[in-house]
Structures are given as C-alpha cells and as structure tokens.
Design a protein around this ligand. Sequence first.
Ligand SMILES: *Cc1c(COP(=O)(O)O)cnc(C)c1O
Length: 809
Amino acid sequence: MFSSKESFKRAFIDKLESMLGKPVEEASDIDKYKALGAMIREYINKNWIATNTRYVENQEKQMYYFSMEFLLGKLLESNLINLGVRDLCEESLCELGIELSRLEAQEPDAGLGNGGLGRLAACFLDSLASLSLPGHGCGIRYKYGLFEQKIVDGYQVELPEYWLKEGNVWEIRRSDLAVEVRFGGEVRFEDHGGHWTFVHEKYESVLAVPYDVPVIGYRNKTVNTLRLWSAEPNIRDFDFQTLNSRDYHKVLDYKRSVESISEFLYPDDSFYEGKVLRLKQQYFFVSAGLQSIVRSYKKTQQSLRNFHHKVAIHINDTHPVLAIPELMRILMDEEGMGWEEAWHITVNTISYTNHTTLSEALEKWSIDIFQPLFPRIYMIVHEINERFCHALWEKYPGDWKRIHQMAIVADGQVKMAHLAVVGSHSVNGVAKIHTDILKQREMKHFYEVYPYKFNNKTNGITHRRWLIKANPALAGLITEAIGDKWVTDPSRLIELRGFADDAAFKQQLYAIKQQNKARLADLVREKTGTEIDPQSIFDVQVKRLHAYKRQILNVIHIMDLYDRLRANPDLAVMPRTFIFGAKAAPGYQLAKSVIKLINTLADVINRDPVIQNKLKVVFLENYRVSLAEKIIPAADVSEQISTASKEASGTGNMKFMMNGAVTIGTLDGANVEMHEEVGDDNMFLFGLTADEVIAYYTNGKYRAKDIYHGDIRIRGALQKFTGDFFGAGYGLFNDIYYSLLSTNDEFFVLKDFASYVQAQQRIDAAFRDRECWSKMSLINIAQSGVFSSDRTIVEYADDIWELDPVKIE
Ligand SMILES: *Cc1c(COP(=O)(O)O)cnc(C)c1O
C-alpha cells in the first residue's frame, strides 16, 4: 500500500470505506486520521510479528524499560517518517484533496507523563527501535493523561484530559495476555518439612490487561513493543448467581476501586506526594510487567538461572522500584528458588536511573501504608534491609549513625532510592555534574560501598522527532549542506562547522528561523490575540513550572526591562518577545501564582503603547509535546536558568540547541556539557556554580535580604508583588515575595539576578549582528549531535544492559 501513490490512494479509500460504512465524501478529518492510522498499523504488523519471532527464536537478550510515564505526544507523523513514507503519503493525500497536516491535528497527544522524565522514556523507545535494539517499554495506560491546562483570567484551570475518547489507533488490547495482580490480604506460612512456603490469602484481585503499542524503528524493520497496563475488575472471582443486592453494591465498589488504579496520571515533577493510589499504581504495573516477562521467558524453555543473561530491566527513577522485591517474590514463591540465587538474579537483572537530588522529590513510604497493601512484598523488603544492614555492620562495625542513614527501612518508612541502589547492579545519573553530585554528596555513603555500580549516562533527545519532524526546513538545509548521513549518525552534524563562515548558508539558516518565527507568531495571534513581531528576539522558557527552574528570575528581569523602557521609551534595546509555557502541579500554589504573575505582566506590557512594541510577553497555555514541536524551532534564545546543582540534566535545553537557539543558562545539568561543546562564545552563562550553591547551603552565609537592600531593581520588582502591581491590583503576589525574602530565597534568584541581567545585555548586543548570531546558531546545531538519544542509548546498551542490535530481515 506504500509502494506507489496509486496503490496508496486505493488502499486509503478502501480502508476508509470499510471502517466508515458511508461514502468517502462524508468522511470527517477524524475518520480519515483513523483510517490512515489503521493502515499504518496493518502495514507494520508483519514486521512487528517478525521482530517478536526473531527475538524469541534466537533467544536474544531483551531489555524492558519500566517507567510510570511515557510522554509520547503524537505518533502519526513520526511513524510515517520512520517508515520512510511521509512524502508519499502527503503527496497521495494531496491528490485526494486531503491535507496530511489536518489529519495529524486530529490526533490527541498521548500525554502519559508530566515532563522531562516521561519524554525521556519516549525518546529512548524511538532510539532503541531505530538502533535495532531489542528494548521495550512497560507502563500504565492511564485513562486520563496529564490535565489539560486552560488559562482563565490569568489563572491555571485544570481540565481532565480524556485522550481516549475517540479510541487509540495505535494500541492493540491483548486480553489473552492479562495477568492477576494482588493487593492487601494476609500471608500465611506453610511448613513442608523444613521447607517454608508463603500463602497469600484474602487479597484483592485485580486483572491487568495489556495494551500494546508498536514502536517503529527508523527505516529498519524493527518494531518493538510499548506495553501499557490497564486495571480491570477480576470478575472471575465473583459468582454472579449467588449475588444478593448488598453484594451487588460491593461488586460496584470493587469495580470502582480497581478501575481507579489506571485512571489518573499523578502530577509529580520533581515533587513527591505520598498518594496511596500512586503506590498501588506502581506495584500494579511492575507486577504485571514482571509476570508477563517471566511467562514469556519460560516459554523459551530456558532455565531461570540464566534469566539475567537474557533479560535486562531498567527502572526509570524509583517509581518502579518494587520490581526488585516483586522479582524476588516470583523467583522464590512461584519458582521455588532460594534467597541467594534469587537475589543474584534480581540484582543482575535490574538497573536504576536517578533523576533528581531534590530532597522533596525522593520517594519514601510509610510502613503503615506499605505493609498492608503488599504484605508479602514488605516481608521481602524487610529481609533485604536486614541483610543489607548486617553487611554494613561488618564493614562499619559500631557506626550506627551511618547504618541508620543508609537503611532501606528506617524511621517507620521505606526509602525507595536506597532499595533501588541496593537491589540493582547499576545506578546512573543523567548528566556528568548530576552523577558527580550523587557520588560526592547525595549518595556518598552508597558510592563508598558500591563504587562499581555508579555511572553517568547524559540524557538525549531523538533528533528524528525534535529536528526532522519538528523542523523539516532546517533538516532539509542540513542535508543539502552535508548530505544525509547525519540522519542515522547525528554526530556528523559536526560537519556543519565547515559552513560557519559561509555567508550564503547562514542567510538560509536565518531565513528558516524567520519562517518558523512567523509561523509561531500566527499561532500566538490565534491562541492569545497578541501580535508579536518575528523580527524581535524570541526568548523562550517552556518547561514545568517549579521554583528551582526559576521562571521568576526571568520575570523579574522582564519587569526591570519594562521599568527602564517606561522611564525611557527611546532606550536602545532590541525588541524582544518573551514566550512562556508551563503547567503547574495542581497542588503547587507558588507555581500557580507564578503563572498568574506572567499572565498579569503580559496583560500590562502588551497593552502599553508607551514602550512601542519593544517588549511583548506571551504565555501559551497547555504546554505539551505537540506544542513544544511548534515553539522550539522558532526560538532564538533558550532559557535554561535553574539554580546550579538542581536540574539533573534537562532535555529541553538539548531540543533548543539542536534547533539553533542560543542558550542563556547556568552551569547546571547538561548545560555544562553543552558549554563544553560550544564554548563561551556560543552560549551565555551566568550565575553561581553548583559548588558555590552547595557551599552556601553548607555554610548558611547567604542573606537574600542583603541583596534586596543593595539592589534597587530587585526592590522595585519585589515591592510590586506586595504593593501595586503596575496598576493591576495590590498584594497580588505576596506569596512570591515571601518565598524570596522570608524563607531566604532557597533558589538564589536574587543572588543570580545581576549576573543574569548582564548576560541578557550581552544577548541584546550579540543579536544586533545578524551574521554573528547566525554563526552561533550554526555552531549550536553542529555540536548538538552528542545530545541525540541514539548516543545515550548506545551507552546504556553497552555499559548497563549488554544489549546487542538484532537486525530484522
Ligand atoms: C522536553 C520536554 C520537557 C522537559 O523540558 P525541560 O526543559 O528539560 O524541563 C517537558 N515537557 C515537554 C512537553 C517536553 O517536550
């Protein structure tokens, strides 16, 4: 069906008709989108089966990426690109009078994630398949993705994101592969002549039903699987014949309670909330995933002794850490293995990525919640802890304090990160500086015990989505210049450096950026009614709203600039458009205030004739993957301004760099490695270093109030938070004021302000020289190859998973 335009058109019409039962002329865009999706699914089916057969028959080692979140975005176009049929499809549809982009617009984002962590998982799946690696995803099929954000009167309003309302063309329900997951109940011992077994009784039984989504590699024949689990009532457990009416209500309650397990994605970006349902979700998908992996492994007739040679399981943060005790349970209770052997296999199967050093983001669960939910799992965790503490006692006799600090179960809590380190063979950070901080500070004690486990894997992004799909014009220009080898080997982007002094090339680069900016300006007009000028600097900060990401630093700079312009409308500044996009966790009041602040400021500034359009502020609502794909290619300046030491890596920073934006940033996360790539001349650094921040935390010598009193610009801005906010109201932002002064500015916003303003002034000067700016832009693109997730995944495959490519014929 994808061999020629004629056969495509015929197949498309056939599909549409057979799905619709009405004439093609009556088909809506959503009908057409569904028909095209179904065609692709059918088209790849042979390769999907071939991939699975090949993996099983050759007993290839396989990796399963366990993640609470997969922030996939839309799949139609990226699937077409990976299949190599995008142009054929677009041209054929065009001949039928159909615009492919309109069909793409019908697809809802699969928003099964909060931010960077979930998007990373999605980029990894794309790279795994594209590199012909046998690696799959395992997660939850949330009925509702992350909330849809509306801005009403400047405030964030959250609406449920029912992304499945039109069905999901990419998934296949596999009820034949459902497994049972058990919650609660009691555990009884049985003595079989000195051999103990554990019998789990009176539990709540939940049916886990998998929905499989194909993950299509780039122009190879690999189709891996993302398996998302849905919770359903296990009605086999009920005898409907004997139900009386009271029981009937019990059944409904049970149904409600079970279905709630896979209903909502919890907002949880660098902030941990002890929601019981979330803990149930964690065990639910981990148990279901492991049971199905063990079952398919056993079908290959291999001995479980070799399990870790054939299966690698990666846990994305601590959310899936119950994979450790659950695999122990399966190996011991169901397969009859002894502790030592089960432990050896478990540790060597599992590897763990740490995503944060923020203490408010570390998962800890009260035993009072944990034990009743998973009585047998708790016993195993308890035993792991006993054995671990015993080993620590041998190593550090008498050092109670250290042992207490390192324990997995202590102070009435289960410490998930400790369990992850002890129960896995590899612990990785996500950027060099982050891994160093883990080793030297946050996990210092663990590093001392297990130095061999710790390693770094700097994050990456898939250049297929974030460059080829999001910015086709730029991708085309690159191919014109250096050929197309960079597409499968992004390190070759470096060859663009040969054009650094080619004025004609830089002119083309500039023209593409202008086109992208004009398109974004249209979108901004459509969504917000605000006119923005594509000639102005597009200065963008899009990411989750969090105090450590310091959107407020950006805002205070804008307020200061605005004040200066009001005082002197002829001030020689380059016109700028500040663009924001951010969701705030619904319970995070301070973050929500910052959203209101940005919108209020935008209202004031955009309507002020005095400043002659030299300054505009835009907040685009409902930031998500598909919106990121429109914003990022249009950015001139990328704001990566977290407090040094706080952003583990960042991946937004890499997307901007690859699209030719120049970064203003701190030496934090992957910014450090971006700086190593492009040097001082092609990046605008400012602010405290991580060492300086950490020193302040240790010595307690930072005084936000001193800065406040010493800097009239900061005083001016902060007084507007509690006083009159540009005529928009009084005391609107007291909470922001207090976070900066009363609690001594935990994230050093005031401390870094002066240096940030200076960096902004350097940007203002640099942007005036178009040729010079285009050169910076070019060098950023040229050096971005290392931030492709293909590089990251090769490192994981070689160093952690010991996974080899398997070519599908
Ligand atoms: C890449 C991405 C993120 C992560 O951005 P950071 O700047 O690294 O925090 C968050 N949300 C979406 C939709 C993304 O595409």
